[in-house]
Design a protein around this ligand. Structure first.
Ligand code: UP5
Ligand code: MG
Length: 222
């Protein structure tokens, strides 16, 4: 991942917000970020980049030098050093932007226009600052607000079949702690800039999506 070497010193964004629209999708573990992103992709043709999914894929890549580091952090609900995550996100964005797909379906059109949902990132303030400085500033944050008891219920239920190494009671507890201590300050940071769209994530998936659609359409003039 050559981006890692250049990221540290880079102080201007590699992508222009004129060409690339980024929405950060945040919320606690199990709040429903992935579920809602899937629907947004189907409806509006966003490209969906889940930081967690990208890290899990890198962890499982046989030649990766970061496999053990990522596994350790994910199992313990810790935040992987930002250089790794930002490099993965930037590479995935570049690949999508470079795609010369001739497909005319909505998803491909959206990807060509560079509309990205960045799911589960930034979850630490240094990541937020660096991404906006060196990759591209985000338009706003979509924040799925859900009580811990409901998130726990969902994750334990999913854990019966997901195979995710962090869907167990102990990892879930650690993920919640990190979310409160480290990730909520990111939401507060954007909130102070009036850049947070808060959605009640306790409702049924369809209801959460209806609210999400209203907010997205208003802000992006869709
Ligand atoms: N479900 C969803 N919506 C529902 C609803 N409205 N009502 C009832 N059930 C609902 O949903 C979770 C479960 O709930 C599913 O079974 C779903 O059907 C149901 P999902 O949409 O998957 O929720 P999501 O918020 O995406 O939960 P996820 O577990 O993915 O959240 P995390 O934020 O914990 O996981 P992520 O993959 O983003 O990160 C994992 C780890 O990677 C982190 O803990 C960290 O160690 C590492 N990481 C970094 O280090 N840096 C990063 O930048 C990102 C991740
Ligand atoms: Mg997810």
């Amino acid at each position: 991942m050559s981006t890692i070497d250049t990221l540290k010193d880079r102080t201007t964004p590699v992508f222009s917000p004129d060409d690339v629209t980024v929405i950060f999708v945040l919320g606690g573990p199990g709040a429903g970020k992935g579920t809602q992103c899937e629907r947004l992709v189907a409806r509006y043709g966003f490209a969906h980049l889940s930081a967690g999914d990208l890290l899990r894929a890198e962890q499982n890549r046989p030649d990766s030098e970061f496999g053990d580091l990522i596994r350790h952090h994910i199992r313990n609900g810790l935040i992987v050093p930002m250089e790794v995550t930002i490099a993965l996100l930037e590479a995935a964005m570049r690949q999508i932007l470079d795609e010369t797909s001739t497909s005319t379906d909505a998803a491909a059109q959206g990807r060509k226009k560079g509309k990205f949902l960045i799911d589960g990132f930034p979850r630490k303030l240094d990541q937020a600052l660096k991404f906006e400085e060196a990759v591209v500033p985000a338009r706003f944050v979509l924040f799925y607000d859900c009580p811990e008891a409901e998130m726990e219920r969902r994750l334990l239920e999913r854990g019966k079949t997901s195979g995710r190494e962090d869907d167990n009671a102990e990892s879930i507890r650690k993920r919640f702690r990190t979310f409160i201590d480290t990730s909520m300050p990111v939401v507060d940071y954007f909130e102070k800039q009036d850049r947070v769209v808060k959605v009640d994530a306790r409702l049924k998936p369809d209801e959460v999506f209806a609210i999400t659609q209203k907010e997205i359409e208003k802000r992006l003039h869709l």
